[in-house]
Design a protein around this ligand. Sequence first.
Ligand SMILES: Nc1nc2c(ncn2[C@@H]2O[C@H](COP(=O)(O)OP(=O)(O)OP(=O)(O)O)[C@@H](O)[C@H]2O)c(=O)[nH]1
Ligand SMILES: [Mg+2]
Length: 350
Amino acid sequence: MKIGIIGPAAAGKTTLFNALTGDAASTGGYGAARVNVGAAAVADARVDALSGVFRPKKTTHAAVDFVDAPGVGDAARSAEVIPQALEGADALLVVVRAFEDAGVPHPKESIDPARDLNDVRFDLMLRDLAVVERRVERLERLVKLKKDPAEAAEFALLGRIRETLEEGRPVRSMQMSEDEARSVKGFGFLSAKPLLVVVNIGEDQLREADAFSKLNGETPVVLAAKLEEEFAQLSEDERAEFLADYDLESSALDKVVQAAFSLLDLRCFFTVSEEEVRAWPVRAGTIALHAAGTIHSDLERGFIRAEVLSFPDFMAAGSLAAARDKGTLRLEGKEYVVKDGDIFHVRFNV
Ligand SMILES: Nc1nc2c(ncn2[C@@H]2O[C@H](COP(=O)(O)OP(=O)(O)OP(=O)(O)O)[C@@H](O)[C@H]2O)c(=O)[nH]1
Ligand SMILES: [Mg+2]
């Protein structure tokens, strides 16, 4: 799963990226058309508990990939670099700035997160409109010449998309059939992607964080990216003291990752052994056959059955053998819909 970080210049995108991924990409280089890529582990106490039981050589938490794009706003850059970096993203994370700092000039020379969020939404739609128009122009001639039904259908769909965008609504607000949704995916429309909003506050605003709990109809995650960046660089021992200093209960980074997870409607299943305990994120509604395929294509090809056990049932039994004896370990077929927290073992034959 990949999330693109976007927002106005100097909003703190790279700072948040560093905090999330534990990287140290250089911040403050406004205007640099540099794209950073990194991963954040998804904290999950269940994985830690399973790891405690199996004591595996390796423990792998689910991960979310983040792509840190340069600031939107500069027309030339937003037309080229940003879409390329973001087209493959499953969702977009918009960082808007609430922190005041005279040393960090805002491109619009005033601090207004609601305005900035609207600007970003607008930029995304504008860019999609340009994509639609280029494609429509090419198709218009083809449709007249060849009368190909697939092209005619695409032409009609693009017409609807154009209308939606011209009315100021994002592509994701449209009702679409499965086929239409698939073809829209191919265009990489940015306003079709789910949007997660982060308001970046200054450390002096921690007490006023509630003021941003609603922003233009969105429910953003409010955090101080610079503090989170510092926090991410600390050792376990130093962290508690750091949180106490700022009167914080916990880092907000988990909230960002959790919000991304629920935005994309992801569930985690687990595989367990002495070799590795691992969490696998899949979309809600994923069937056992496809879950097997995310582990390895051989498991999907040669799928026979899956042994499935819920995390609480496993912990209650204490071991796989005990769960089998108690009858809480079940056999499921290809069509079984994987649930969050399932422990999963595929029987296969290739
Ligand atoms: N005071 C203060 N400064 C911050 C905060 N967050 C980020 N900054 C600073 O703002 C500057 C810009 O931060 P970046 O993370 O580089 O911003 P960006 O959105 O990646 O900027 P571009 O990539 O140029 O669009 C850096 O000097 C950061 O240290 C904050 O919460 N408070
Ligand atoms: Mg940056």
